[in-house]
Ligand binder design. Sequence first.
Ligand code: PLP
Length: 385
Amino acid sequence: MIYLDHNATSPVREEVVEQIIPYFREFSGNPSSVHNPGRAAQKGLDDARRKVAGLVDVHASQVIFTSGGTEANNLALMGVASKFDFKGRIITSTIEHPSVLQMCDLLESRGMQIVKIGVDEQGVVDLDSLEAAITPDTCLISIMHANNETGVVQPVADIANICRHRDVLFHSDTVQSVAKLPVTLANIGADMISLSAHKFGGPKGVGALIINNRLKFPGILLGGSQERGRRAGTENLPGIVGFGAAADLLIDGQKDYADFLFGLRNQLEEKLSNLVPELVIFGNNSERLANTTAVGIAGLDGETLVMHMDMAGFAISAGSACGSGRTKASHVLTAMGYDGAIGQSAVRISLGWDTKAADIDKFVMVFSRTVKQLQQMSAPLTMAV
Ligand code: PLP
């Protein structure tokens, strides 16, 4: 199987596995215990925290470990909302991950005003609408750095500037951009950013909210003093150690990794466009992550294409979802105006650390052949007379 679905999750890197295993065997204490095994566990936790902090260039005290990107996003939004007594306005975008959008729905049901800013056909948030939506009672703007479906990068530096001038807190979901772009809290210019280890070779079920230490708000998990009282519960130590190890692998190699991905993606897109001329690359004219290509071919069904590619030995994912027996374009493509046939045909190819140039060549060949077969199958039959 050739795995080209790194935006869903990236396989855990071997160096990371090796560092995790001792935390199941030798270092199995609880970091909160004062005895020797507890202190050894605490050391593992501290080391991992320093590595994650190093990746995004913050002090270790600014890292709140969570169960992943979803919890980090939930914590950022719920934390700020409770700080403001569930009053005021939160501005977000129509293309956010459901962990932001559904939390916004919950906060709206508790009385907050939620404004979702749209995007243009290239998938970029409209800055004029964003600025115009800010009211004196706006407490938070949450806009993702890079979109998980299209890879389109948002103008976070401009958004950070607007937030600074208007005295509004800024949260950015950087789950997909870490490792592919130089993400630090300062580069993004945000008060909070969300991370998830399994998107860049770490284990699943662990992530972090990185936070400006001046910002104080209540946690969403209560019942212990872990994470300086900001996230209660015994830490997922093996996961956190793996997160630290994956972060450490990136610290020196981030630029090379992005260049490597960029080369592969150019190879993929050039060859695909030549072999499938009717192919549309979503967000093609905007800045995109170096590893992500989302494409559509009007008339095909994205889920069917994914299934055929799976049978042929390639893992990619659909940018559409089947609901009530009918394939629908995703909320992201719908927001970009692709809610018709082209949106229903969307598939995402996302590359990562284990992708090879030869995999791309094999993929392109099989993909173009499969597209032709499906097009023939769906072409109207001409009746012989
Ligand atoms: N945010 C974005 C942009 C994502 O792509 C994902 C995962 O798909 C998440 C948040 C959620 O992260 P996790 O799977 O760690 O909960």
